[in-house]
Design a protein around this ligand. Structure first.
Ligand code: NAG
Ligand code: NAG
Ligand code: NAG
Ligand code: NAG
Ligand code: NAG
Ligand code: NAG
Ligand code: NAG
Ligand code: NAG
Ligand code: NAG
Ligand code: NAG
Ligand code: NAG
Ligand code: NAG
Length: 453
């Protein structure tokens, strides 16, 4: 045995802090199981771990490779394609919160022209994840085919199984559309990673809206709601690929150049190394990879000019979003409360007037996240959904507040779209301040669609 392999035995390369009970990745359209680089097996499309059904067998589905492979990797080297409905049924998993990831490679497959794909995706004949969807339209550049990945969080009820149905849009009889899918992942997750643990009274999701008396509302993500992950970003440094996540195969994008408005002259990205401290009354260690907490952007402590450090994310208006901001104070300059205080604006509303990471964690190297809810309106406040900009801005606190460094910091961002049950969305809001005033209020929001997009 070489010294190297001995070291590898002592220190396994991947020390995942979460091991999913259920973890299935399907390479749709492929006959064989495939093992990819991140030592994950994508099972073939005839595995007995799930059931494939199609009710209408006059036009059975096909398993096809893309016409142009270029540099496609698993699961994008094959697709399941059909002009009729088809369903993947998962009979084993029940009573779990899961990630559901759908992988699409929007190119042409044999005589299936990519412009003719138009379909919906439903879960358990009840929840519409995608409506009249053509993945081609999601490409940044039509000639540069890249995978489109959609990630959802859903709760499978104790008396339910999971089935996922693909439904081609056949409104135009003379010009039938087809549905296709390259890869499906179903991965279980901790129940309260994103959903609210109602017995945990210390946890709050704050609204960015204040009422006329300056009370900030509180929100709960109940597990009858489906969430669509729209952005997940490691602020300040590189992408963290699914294989380097904490065990749930989440992807963390880099923040620059896509989201950070510009690299401000003094905005710094720092990686101090070291290890996080999870013992200090903090969040579970699977919340985000260590590297997310050990890299950040800040203002630059000695900067004198004033600007907002800004990230912009394009989202659909008329929907409500959860914004999770990850923080970890690793800078050795910062030792105690009031050393670094800043303000957080979400959608140009003051979400956090006094952000002081050390006051939330007590000491350095302790990771923490703060969650906010924001409803995005159309510019003219009418009911039609449009693409709008959700901004996150960090600004130094007013100079009148006594503090050591006029600086800001942020380590990671996650944004989820909330899927509401009804056309007419009624949210349950609670007041954060004044515990004696925990009145539940119904607020009507002009949300026009019962679907996610
Ligand atoms: C994560 O935390 C759990 C429970 O506190 C612990 O058992 C586990 O060893 C930790 N995992 C890692 C990789 O630190
Ligand atoms: C599947 O594996 C078999 C045996 O290894 C091989 O002959 C066949 O070509 C493979 N099929 C595909 C589609 O890769
Ligand atoms: C396909 O699914 C949709 C939605 O569930 C349904 O309305 C339609 O009847 C199905 N078509 C066939 C041929 O089963
Ligand atoms: C999918 O699941 C729902 C709810 O369990 C069930 O009603 C429906 O028949 C299933 N559809 C298929 C095609 O298996
Ligand atoms: C669909 O889901 C909603 C919310 O969970 C539930 O109230 C309703 O009964 C479900 N409908 C069907 C047909 O399963
Ligand atoms: C569902 O899971 C929860 C949490 O693991 C457990 O408390 C509950 O008993 C389960 N329900 C059923 C019907 O299995
Ligand atoms: C149906 O598709 C054909 C072929 O693309 C097109 O000419 C026609 O306008 C479409 N009809 C409708 C109602 O969209
Ligand atoms: C929910 O919160 C309560 C109170 O903080 C805690 O005791 C419990 O362990 C939490 N449940 C889970 C599954 O994390
Ligand atoms: C800020 O300026 C002080 C005094 O000029 C200097 O000692 C310190 O290292 C600077 N801090 C940073 C982070 O550049
Ligand atoms: C920072 O953004 C907030 C919210 O849009 C705005 O009120 C403030 O004027 C901005 N500050 C600077 C210096 O641009
Ligand atoms: C809503 O606004 C958009 C963009 O201004 C416009 O195209 C659309 O017609 C409006 N819809 C209604 C119902 O007023
Ligand atoms: C939405 O629900 C509220 C309360 O139930 C009701 O007053 C209102 O008329 C409804 N609005 C629409 C557009 O259905």
């Amino acid at each position: 045995m070489t010294i190297l392999s001995f070291i590898l035995l002592l220190y396994p390369l991947v020390a995942n802090s979460y091991i999913p009970d259920y973890n299935l990745a399907i390479n749709c359209g492929s006959s064989n199981d495939t093992t990819t680089l991140d030592s994950r097996t994508w099972v073939g499309d005839n595995s007995n771990l799930f059931t494939f059904t199609e009710p209408k067998i006059t036009k059975p589905s096909l398993k096809l490779p893309p016409n142009s492979l270029s540099n496609a990797q698993t699961p994008y080297t094959t697709a399941r394609i059909s002009l009729s409905n088809f369903t993947y049924y998962f009979p084993i998993i029940t009573n779990y919160t899961v990630f559901l990831r759908l992988h699409f490679y929007p190119t042409s497959y044999q005589n299936f022209d990519r412009s003719n794909s138009l379909f919906s995706v439903e879960v358990n004949n009840n929840l519409t994840l995608l409506k009249d969807f053509n993945p081609l339209l999601w490409l940044d550049h039509v000639d540069d085919v890249t995978p489109i990945i959609k990630e959802y969080c859903i709760q499978i009820k104790p008396n339910e199984k999971l089935n996922i149905t693909f439904i081609p849009n056949n409104i135009n009889q003379s010009h039938p559309s087809y549905a296709f899918i390259n890869g499906i992942e179903v991965v279980s997750m901790p129940s309260f990673l994103y959903y609210t643990n109602l017995t945990d009274t210390n946890y709050h999701i704050k609204s960015v809206e204040f009422d006329s008396n300056q009370y900030q509302y509180q929100y709960q993500v109940l597990n009858d709601k489906a969430l669509e992950m729209v952005y997940r970003v490691n602020v300040g440094d590189n992408q963290v690929p699914p294989s380097k996540d904490t065990g749930m195969f989440r992807n963390w994008d880099n923040d620059f150049p896509l989201y950070l408005e510009k690299q401000y002259p003094q905005s710094v990205s720092a990686d101090y190394g070291g290890h996080l401290n999870y013992l200090h009354n903090s969040i579970p260690n699977y919340t985000a990879p260590e590297v997310v907490y050990l890299t950040a952007r800040s203002y630059g402590m000695n900067v004198t000019e004033d600007y907002n450090v800004t990230w912009n994310f394009e989202v659909d208006s008329t929907f409500t979003y959860i914004v999770r901001l990850h923080f970890c104070e690793f800078d050795w300059h910062i030792k105690k409360e009031n050393d670094r205080i800043f303000q957080i604006f979400i959608d140009n509303k003051l979400a956090e007037p006094v952000a002081d990471v050390i006051s939330w964690t007590g000491i350095r190297m302790v990771p923490v996240h703060k969650d906010y809810v924001v409803t995005m309106y159309s510019p003219d406040r009418n009911r039609s959904s449009q693409r709008v900009k959700l901004s996150i801005k960090l600004q130094r606190a007013a100079k009148t507040i006594p503090m050591k460094y006029h600086d800001v910091t942020l380590n990671g961002i996650e944004i989820f779209k909330i899927r509401e049950e009804d056309m007419n969305l009624s949210l349950k809001w609670k007041k954060v301040h004044g515990r004696h005033r925990k009145k539940v209020r119904q607020v009507y929001h002009p949300i026009c669609a019962a679907i996610l997009q």
